[in-house]
Design a protein around this ligand. Structure first.
Ligand SMILES: [Zn+2]
Ligand SMILES: [Zn+2]
Length: 418
């Protein structure tokens, strides 16, 4: 018995025609974000484990349970990236990009890794597309990024999405909020799930994010960060909302929203919904992280970013996944005709026309059957007679029209076909 390999659990192949959707999503991102001055960055998929411990925070589920961490042959602790921001901040500091004029704007797309229980819509290797903007604290930058994200989703043709926003404060005002949360949860600490009991000590904000039903019950009526925001945070958030109002960007203020990662400050946002998925599922999410660059030894640098799940975006676009057949199928009989077919195909392909050839020495009938199966728009037949006369038969398989033409006329006729 020869071994038969399958992909690892929770690690999926993305196959055509779905890859066509992924290409469309990435191309659209490139186009829309390019207009906003974002340039592509491609950080590595693995980093020193310490990078994620420091950036994402030990109290997060990601670091506590879900990281793909291993020791390499040099006895270094290495982790596959569970998200994109940490690597980009590391690159920003490592390459001294703060010396370039602000803002520095990047987008990225690629695989992320989290060791989760595989379930519908959740893979251990999943793909995110995101953007980061460094160097400007102005709330206008928050507004601009959110408007760009919504423009991107709109350009993809996604409908029924809702944008939710909150401010989770800064290092001045958040400690007081943490204390208020601890006071609130203290009497019922024993009833919280084990994760939340750990969060209570490390970062009680994360209790607000817990998916366990009982924790959801216990946190009803808990204090809201909006009540404890400092003057600067309050002004920042108000200014952001004013920009969005002026631009007609619809949003919902969600005072309960906190984000799963410890490094966020001030603005946090999520885009939820979409026709074929639960309203709870975020299509994209992000926020401001004004302290992270300096945490990594860089200069104090305000920053903001977001990430969108490729699988979710592709899921929303499902149904559009069709690969059109080739514009032309050239059936040939005999070696000489095959050479003629290859020459004609090469010329047409140079111009971008998709052409398939009837390789394999099969009968004309079986070649034509194959042309039909792959959805070819047209066929051209080259046999011995055609080679002699220099005139080739063609047929349009969509409307049934047909005719005969010389080599150059055939080339001209199909050189525009896509
Ligand atoms: Zn504040
Ligand atoms: Zn909990």
């Amino acid at each position: 018995m020869k071994p038969r390999f399958t992909a690892l659990k929770g690690v999926a192949d993305v196959l055509p025609p779905e890859t066509g959707l992924w290409r469309k999503i990435e191309n659209t991102a490139c186009l829309v974000m390019g207009a906003y001055g974002y340039e592509e960055i491609r950080p590595p998929v693995m980093e020193q484990t310490g990078l994620f411990l420091r950036s994402i925070g030990g109290s997060s589920d990601i670091v506590a349970k879900e990281m793909y961490t291993f020791t390499d042959k040099g006895e270094r602790s290495v982790s596959l990236r569970p998200e994109g921001t940490a690597s980009i901040v590391r690159a920003y500091v490592e390459h001294n990009l703060s010396s370039r004029p602000a803002p520095q704007k990047f987008f990225y797309s690629g695989p992320m890794f989290r060791y989760e229980r595989p379930q519908k819509g959740r893979q251990r290797q999943f793909y995110q597309l995101g953007a980061e903007c460094f160097g400007i604290a102005d709330p206008g930058v928050d507004a601009e990024m959110i408007i760009m994200l919504m423009a991107f989703l709109d350009r993809l043709g996604l409908k029924g999405l809702s944008l939710e926003l909150n401010s989770i404060g800064c290092k001045e005002c958040r400690p007081a909020f943490r204390e208020r949360l601890r006071e609130f949860f203290a009497p019922r600490l024993g009833e919280l799930c084990p994760d939340c009991q750990r969060r209570y000590e490390q970062n009680p904000l994360r209790i607000l994010d817990c998916k366990v039903e009982r924790c959801g019950e216990i946190r009803k009526g808990s204090p809201l960060i909006s009540e404890t925001l400092c003057q600067d945070c309050r002004e920042h958030f108000t200014a952001l909302l004013e920009f969005l109002d002026v631009m007609g960007t619809a949003y919902v203020f969600n005072p309960h929203m906190v984000r799963g990662l410890d490094y966020y400050t001030r603005t946090v946002f999520e885009v939820k919904g979409g026709a074929c998925m639960g309203a709870q599922n975020a299509v994209a999410a992000g926020g401001r992280y004004d302290l992270l660059v300096s945490e990594f030894g860089g200069p104090e640098t305000p920053a903001i970013g977001f990430a969108a799940g490729m699988e979710r975006l592709a899921g929303l676009l499902q149904g559009e996944a069709v690969t059109p057949g080739p514009a032309l199928f050239i059936a040939s009989l005999g070696k000489e005709a095959a050479v003629e077919a290859l020459k004609l195909a090469s010329r047409l392909r140079e111009g971008g026309t998709r052409v398939e050839l009837g390789w394999g020495g099969f009968s004309l009938k079986s070649q034509l059957r194959r042309a039909d199966k792959i959805g070819a728009g047209n066929v051209v037949i080259i046999g011995e007679d055609e080679l002699k006369s220099g005139s080739f038969k063609w047929k349009n398989l969509k409307d049934g029209s047909s005719g005969e033409a010389g080599r150059e006329d055939i080339f001209a006729q199909f050189s525009q076909a896509k």
